[in-house]
Design a protein around this ligand. Structure first.
Ligand code: KG4
Ligand code: ZN
Length: 338
């Protein structure tokens, strides 16, 4: 069907997003990022839901306008049902229900974590999609997960974080160094110019495919407090080396976990997603692993890595084609399994 236009809506955290997809090709991908949280150094749930309410109608309008279609051409509306912040999810869920009901078209519920993974099936010129089975590493400010993907909707979580997400480890370390929120990208920038072996941080020990990052944050904090006591200018003098060392620890830890998952499953096809996949260290480590261990790695365009609605629309399209619709009494779910 050439006219299979699906609208995707994402509102699980602090990005209000809408996108239109047509047979795997993204026609529009609009994201309103909420600036309000910066001054608090983290997402404030109540402020997030209020901002979603203000943003959602203009964002959807813009997505339709950029895609150059009328709302009457939409075949279905796909929305993030969970996991995420309840207040935020409610805005997207309620809006999507009313819009689909008003237009008389099907409603499709989407699991945000599945969407991060299925974003790899968005058509992008010159990029090959992962083939089944593959391992998906989803790394962002909210998630850290390794998933075995056997088919579009056949996924098994092999491991995940038992405390903080990896993006939080970057952001909290950056905060300790006095960098503005979210500090991950800045930490990465300094890291690229520093010596990664300058300082050593121990990697937290948990199950082979699980993650823990809260200990690293504490280790960084104590290390900095101790050094600053001896030399108040310690951070300024060593910023690049500190960042490089922290980044090296985190990237090496992620790679250890991936290696464990490869060993456990025998699968060497790896797809990463989430905002942290922008990190230069993890990108380089994956490239090296292709040569060293014969892995095949996939990293989607950055716009499809961070929270976005194109990935929601992509899942919507897959479910639409198999007639997998939601009932109109579907409710948002803050915690949600596959
Ligand atoms: O996927 P995302 O935009 O939002 C969610 O958290 O769902 O991910 C944002 C996270 C933040 O923690 C941010 O600091 C981190 O991704 N991030 C990075 C880099 N770019 C974004 N962390 C390390 N290096 C980067 N280059
Ligand atoms: Zn996400």
């Amino acid at each position: 069907d050439k006219n299979c236009f699906i609208l995707g809506i994402e509102s699980s955290c602090d990005d209000t997003a809408a996108a239109v997809i047509n047979n795997g090709t993204v026609l529009s991908n609009v994201v309103a990022t909420q600036k309000i949280h910066e001054e608090y150094g983290g997402v404030v749930p109540e402020l997030a839901s209020r901002a979603h309410q203000q943003n959602i109608v203009p964002v959807v309008h813009q997505a339709l306008r950029i895609a150059n279609i009328d709302k009457k051409q939409l075949k279905a509306i796909a929305f993030t049902r969970g996991p995420g912040l309840m207040g935020s999810l409610l805005v997207g869920t309620s809006f999507s229900k009313s819009f689909a009901f008003g237009l008389g078209i099907p409603l499709i519920d989407v699991n945000h974590m599945q969407a991060h993974i299925l974003a790899h099936f968005i058509k992008i010129e010159g990029q090959t999609m992962p083939s089944f089975p593959f391992l998906a590493l989803t790394i962002s400010g909210g998630h850290t997960q390794i998933v075995k993907v056997t088919d579009y909707f056949n996924m098994e979580i092999l491991g995940q974080t038992i405390d903080d997400a990896v993006g939080e480890a970057f952001d909290k370390s950056a905060k300790i160094l006095g960098l503005p929120y979210p500090g991950g990208p800045l930490l990465d920038k300094y890291a690229q110019q520093g010596n990664k072996k300058a300082f050593k941080f121990t990697k937290p020990r948990v199950n082979p495919m699980d993650f823990s990052f809260s200990g690293l944050k504490t280790a960084v904090l104590y290390f900095i407090q101790r050094e600053v006591k001896n030399d108040p200018d310690f951070i300024a003098k060593n910023m690049k080396d500190i960042c490089a060392s922290i980044q090296f620890t985190i990237v090496d830890y992620l790679m250890d976990k991936l290696k464990n998952a490869v060993k456990h499953t025998g699968i060497k096809e790896i797809a990463i997603g989430g905002g942290v996949s922008a990190n230069s260290g993890i990108r380089q480590a994956l490239k090296e692993a292709e040569k060293k261990y014969g892995w095949k790695t996939h990293i989607p365009d950055f716009a499809f890595c961070t929270d976005n609605a194109a990935m929601i629309a992509m899942v919507g399209e897959l479910k639409y084609k198999s007639g997998d619709f939601a009932s109109f009494d579907v409710v948002a779910k803050a915690r949600m399994k596959f």
